[in-house]
Design a binder for this molecule. Structure first.
Ligand code: GLA
Length: 434
């Protein structure tokens, strides 16, 4: 008699079923430290074949338990706010508290935004014991008090450091201080660490990020580990068990496609660099094409809509980078579009990918839960054009209802829509439902 009980529905067709068909008596099938299936089987213990199988099962269970060092703290992409894009080094505790207040008052918390992260420049020195010291002029109450305040609002608190000797703004980095820093963050109540890569000449990225990842794991507090290594060593190929998210490019700028000498770039350039990376993302480990520029003032409304739509399509972390205390309605409408956010937060956690490209016109598609799809039709040209809808490229069979995410309404079916008309530098962002 044999009996297989799948506990986690996502694993109905899980390939290990096949392996475990031959396993002995009772096995708990673990994946990412979650029990996903139980397997019962009658066996002849005396056969050599069975002894070998018992050994293999024990080995497998041990390996799967050990391999996932990073707890799955972010089953969907993290959402929050980070100080860097708008405020740079000009951070202080009043600003961060006001941002937490604005999160609640302006509906960000209700929309799912959760982490308030201070980027570079909060730290100023190390004390005689090597403990990191916050700038007491800018943070007179100390970091712990700030974390407590943010927690009192029902939000989570993030901080920044660097794998190099010094941060990008020449503040003390964590190289050689990983354990003491991780323990300090845990003591302060930090929930999220962004970990940069400046002043890292001669440092091995795998070792540096693994050292901090291990230190965080041992700190006794669950802390999301956001790796900011700019994609140099292709962290998506090695960091699945090290970080929860990893930057894939240099720094985003508030522009369509500008390029800075030092490596900063506009969001469409970043978008092009995400092609092919979709296979590396999934629940708990995300590609990070950098924080949002929506609302920072240098792009048009339709360009910010396109930027935000793509960050949702890419299952990217949604870290707002504007002043959320003072926002116009357009900015609010973009950042708080619940249907766009639902695409980003879809529980399958599949990163959308480009499926058609004729130069100016692109189609991107993201499979969603319940057999739904998100689709973006993208016009890169500055002029308005009509394009063929090309639904057959999207990857579903039959007709679906088309919900327009920016018009907030159903607009027909895929069967009826043969072409799409798109303004210059704009997207159409659709949710296709059965
Ligand atoms: C690097 C990072 C940015 C920001 C700055 C802070 O450039 O990529 O996101 O954190 O450092 O100095």
């Amino acid at each position: 008699m044999e009996y297989l009980k799948i506990i986690d529905k996502r694993f109905d067709s899980f390939k290990f079923n096949k392996i475990f068909k031959h396993c002995p008596v009772y096995s708990i099938i673990l994946y990412n430290k979650h029990i996903v299936a139980n397997f019962y089987h009658t066996i002849n213990f005396n056969s050599l074949k069975m002894k070998k199988l018992i050994f293999l099962v024990i080995l497998f269970v041990t390996l799967t338990t050990y391999a996932q060092k990073t707890p799955n703290l972010v089953p969907t992409p993290p959402m929050g706010w980070n100080s860097w894009n708008k405020f740079g080094c000009d951070v202080n505790e009043k600003l961060i508290r006001e941002m937490a207040d604005a999160f609640v008052v302006n509906g960000f918390k209700d929309a799912g935004y959760e982490y308030i992260v201070i980027d570079d420049c909060w730290q100023i020195a190390r004390d005689s014991k090597g403990k990191i010291v916050a700038d007491s002029t800018r943070f007179p109450s100390g970091i712990k008090a700030l974390a407590d305040y943010i927690h009192s609002k029902g939000l989570k608190f993030g901080i920044y450091s660097c794998a190099g000797i010094r941060t990008c703004q020449e503040r003390p980095g964590s190289n050689g201080y990983e354990v003491i820093d991780a323990n300090t963050y845990a003591e302060w109540g930090v929930d999220y660490l962004k970990y940069d890569w400046c002043n890292s000449a001669g440092i091995d990225p795998v070792k540096a990020y693994t050292d901090m990842s291990n230190a965080l794991s041992k700190s006794g507090r669950p802390i999301v580990f956001s790796m900011c290594e700019w994609g140099n060593s292709r962290p998506f190929t090695w960091a699945q068990n090290v970080g929860n998210l990893w930057r894939t490019t240099g720094d985003i700028q508030d522009c369509w496609d500008c390029k800075k000498d030092w490596g900063g770039m506009g969001w469409t350039t970043i978008l092009d660099m995400q092609v092919g990376l979709e296979k590396y993302a999934g629940p708990g480990h995300w590609n990070d094409p950098d924080m949002l520029e929506v609302g920072n003032g240098n792009m048009k409304y339709n360009e910010y809509i396109a930027h935000f739509s793509f960050w949702c399509m890419l299952a990217s972390p949604l870290m707002a980078g504007n002043d959320i205390r003072n926002m116009n309605d357009s900015t609010k409408n973009i950042l708080l579009n619940k249907d766009a956010i639902a695409v980003n937060q879809d529980k399958l956690g599949i990163q959308g990918k480009k499926i058609y490209d004729d130069g100016d016109f692109e189609i991107w598609s993201k499979p969603l839960d319940h057999g739904d799809f998100a689709v973006i039709f993208f016009n890169r040209n500055e002029k308005k054009y009509d394009f063929p809808a090309l639904w057959e490229k999207v990857g579903f069979k039959g007709s679906k209802k088309v919900f327009d995410i920016w018009q907030h309404k159903m607009i027909g079916t895929t069967k009826e829509m043969k072409k799409v008309s798109i303004e210059g530098h704009s997207v159409l962002f659709f949710y296709l439902k059965n």
